[in-house]
Design a protein around this ligand. Structure first.
Ligand SMILES: Cc1cc2nc3c(=O)[nH]c(=O)nc-3n(C[C@H](O)[C@H](O)[C@H](O)COP(=O)(O)OP(=O)(O)OC[C@H]3O[C@@H](n4cnc5c(N)ncnc54)[C@H](O)[C@@H]3O)c2cc1C
Length: 389
């Protein structure tokens, strides 16, 4: 095998990096994951993730983790309600008589990020993940990578795989291509103990998800297993709005004042529930996307997966699925007998990855655009009513 006697360093222990580590270990490959989080108990941020049959779930199946997923996913959490800005419900999966299940085309089971990370970590050999390893740079010395960490540690590896997300430190060693601003910024927040702190929204979500559209703006929210709910507000604005607006996003009242003006057409008092929990703060995120036509020449000892390779906005629910599918496809290329050398194997993976992203990234950018347009609600209703026929 091309990876015999090679040491692989995966940078980043998100869903992409951990899935890849598992798939490579199943083939007996020497692999370490370097993760900047100080340990595995640091709370994993972010809302629930829906895994898709042909990508995220396919990778878990290959990794032998379908049963672990079934034991940890949240049945019913995929049930969606679509609303307008007045909180009127136009589409409601809680009313579906036939429940979708594994294997159905539109079944997209949801799992919290923490349990997904845990089930992947539990599948790895002890000490595979080296915590508190914030990478700052790489050096190539005699065809071996010297990996340099913020804490002063240095290790070496034969092959480096960048799975370190949106602001990848590895990507510049693969390509100078930079992401561009999608035109939409989100404000993200987690409301702890949602039943108490945001009772109206909690009731509306009913243990599932909501997406609301109005005045070219969106609100997306999902219930999590720990009783909290995660939500993000999306609007079209300038790339630097989060800085130039002068809003102190740590100050709940200041964000509420801004919301009341900017979302003046969102006139149902239910939306004010989103500001009910003062313990957690808003995080503004201008959404970036890699160019859809990106490509680069393959190298023999470094490549990228997941957001590091193809960051995109969250409006098609594909980011984690693509990261896990990359892991599956890269593990297959690297351990295949069909390639004469590593550069060809990596080149094969990257060529397919570019094509996948060109398609999925386009769908994502299209969604981002129409969801934040005056006809957002009508467009999504047409789509969902067609899917549920
Ligand atoms: C608000 C929001 C909602 C989303 N909703 C969805 C959704 O519903 N469905 C979906 O499929 N996708 C969604 N996404 C996208 C999804 O979160 C990402 O696409 C996915 O997490 C990418 O996985 P990854 O493993 O490539 O990177 P990440 O999950 O970003 O993991 C990267 C890992 O690398 C580590 N790291 C970063 N820098 C370094 C460094 N210098 N040194 C060492 N380690 C480092 C990080 O700590 C992290 O553990 C959403 C994204 C956002 C922002």
């Amino acid at each position: 095998m091309l990876l015999d006697n090679k040491q692989i360093a995966i940078i980043g222990g998100g869903p992409g990096g951990l899935t890849l580590a598992r798939l490579l270990q199943q083939k007996g490959v020497n692999v370490k994951v370097y993760e900047r989080d100080i340990n595995r108990t640091v709370r994993v941020q972010g809302g629930t993730l829906d895994l898709h049959t042909e990508s995220g779930l396919a990778a878990l199946e290959k990794a032998g983790l379908t049963d672990a997923f079934k034991a940890n996913y949240r049945p019913g959490n995929d049930r969606l309600r679509i609303l307008d800005e007045h909180a009127a419900i136009f589409f409601d999966e809680h009313n579906d008589k036939v429940k979708a299940d594994f294997g159905d085309e539109w079944f997209r089971p949801e799992i919290d990020r923490g349990p997904l990370r845990d089930l992947l970590l539990d599948s790895l050999q002890p000490d595979t993940v080296v915590w508190d390893s914030h990478i700052v740079s790489l050096e190539n010395v005699d065809n071996t990578w010297k990996i340099i960490f913020q804490n002063g540690n240095i290790v070496t590896a034969d092959i480096v795989i960048g799975a370190d997300g949106a602001n990848s430190k590895i990507r510049p060693f693969v390509t100078p291509i930079k992401p561009f601003y999608s035109g939409v910024t989100i404000l993200e927040k987690n409301i702890l103990d949602a039943e108490k702190n945001a009772p109206k929204i909690y009731e509306l979500i009913k243990g599932g998800k909501i997406m609301a559209f109005g005045d070219s703006k969106t609100v997306s929210a999902s219930a999590k297993g720990d009783g909290s709910l995660d939500f993000y507000i999306g609007l079209k604005t300038d790339a630097n709005w989060n800085i130039e607006s002068g809003i102190d996003f740590k100050n709940n009242d200041e964000v509420l004042e801004w919301f009341k003006k900017e979302y003046s057409k969102w006139d149902n008092a239910i939306w004010l529930d989103l500001f009910g929990c003062e313990k957690s703060i808003f995080t503004p995120r201008p959404l970036y996307c890699m160019p859809l036509d990106q490509s680069w020449e393959a190298q023999s000892n470094i490549t990228l997966i997941g957001d590091a390779a193809h960051l995109m906005p969250p409006y098609a629910g594909e980011g984690v699925n693509m990261a896990m599918l990359d892991a599956l496809k890269l593990s297959e290329s690297l351990t295949s007998k069909n390639f004469s050398d590593l550069k060809t194997a990596i080149g094969h993976y990257e060529k397919e990855m570019f094509a996948r992203f060109a398609e999925v990234g386009k769908e994502t950018l299209d969604n981002t655009e129409w969801m934040h347009s005056p006809s957002g609600l009508q467009t999504i209703l047409k789509m969902f009513n067609h899917m549920h026929k």
